[in-house]
Design a protein around this ligand. Structure first.
Ligand code: NI
Length: 260
């Protein structure tokens, strides 16, 4: 069996404080060969780097989530730039817009999203984009800044299949997570059918969005296989192929050697 690549996890989350080591060390035996730990704020970005240093199968992204940009200061951009020079930091993220929760004012979200796209351009790294109920603004910003992009992924893509083309046109990868496995899933199932295989990534976004049948429990990267299985079933192709292709895609996007 090919190993799986969980392209988006939050292993620094406090919900892993009691068993982080066991979870991470147990991943290989559960078929997960690589995990990208996404930063959500300054502290978690640093914590992700520490995990990446400690474990060979963990990689890190650094960045400030739209929920938290209200506390961001200009000096943080310099700090993130320094962090991004660490060897196993392979992306800037997660960054973007969240107009569902609106935890930070929208103008601040837009400004800091662009600031962090500029940062990714300076350091030549791809971006991991969070978008909730802000499709149009997200797309407008990505299109306006297209010349600065060094690749990217729409993490836990929640848009329609119709909007897929807009993100594919700017060269983005599309990542699917737990919601594609939910019993009432419609949009992500349609997306799973239509996204070109060479643009597909899989993720857990753990500890959130636990796949069926474990919904409601804490998620962890070991469950990413349930996402891969569901997509294989929807597309009627072997799980082995989904595993191989998504592993190669994530390795390509994050510029990590393709095979373990
Ligand atoms: Ni996330």
């Amino acid at each position: 069996m090919n190993m799986l690549f969980d392209s988006h996890a939050h292993l620094d989350d406090k919900r892993f404080d009691k068993d982080r080591k066991e979870i991470i060390e147990g991943l290989i035996s559960r078929g997960v060969g690589r995990v990208l730990n996404a930063g959500a704020d300054m502290k978690s970005s640093l914590a992700g780097i520490e995990l990446a240093k400690e474990y060979s199968h963990i990689y890190a992204a650094v960045g400030v989530h739209p929920h938290d940009v209200k506390t961001m200061e200009d000096c943080h951009l310099n700090e993130l730039e320094n962090m991004s020079k660490e060897k196993k930091v392979v992306a800037i993220g997660e960054i973007g817009l969240d107009f569902y929760y609106d935890n930070s004012p929208r103008d601040v979200q837009r400004e800091r999203f662009i600031d962090q796209i500029d940062l990714a351009d300076r350091v030549g790294l791809p971006i991991i984009v969070h978008n909730r109920d802000a499709h149009k603004d997200t797309l407008d910003i990505l299109r306006d800044n297209r010349h600065k992009l060094h690749g990217g992924v729409m993490h836990c893509y929640s848009g329609s299949a119709e909007m897929l083309k807009d993100f594919l046109d700017i060269g983005f990868y599309i990542s699917l997570g737990g919601p594609v496995t939910f019993k009432n899933a419609r949009k992500p199932v349609e997306v799973a059918k239509q996204v070109p295989l060479d643009k597909l990534l899989i993720e857990t976004d753990c500890p959130y969005l636990t796949p069926h049948p474990f919904r409601g429990k804490r998620n962890d990267p070991g469950y990413v296989g349930l996402v891969a299985e569901k997509i294989a079933k929807i597309r009627d192709i072997p799980l082995e192929k989904i595993a191989r292709v998504t592993f190669e895609n994530a390795s390509k996007l994050f510029r990590i050697r393709p095979i373990q």
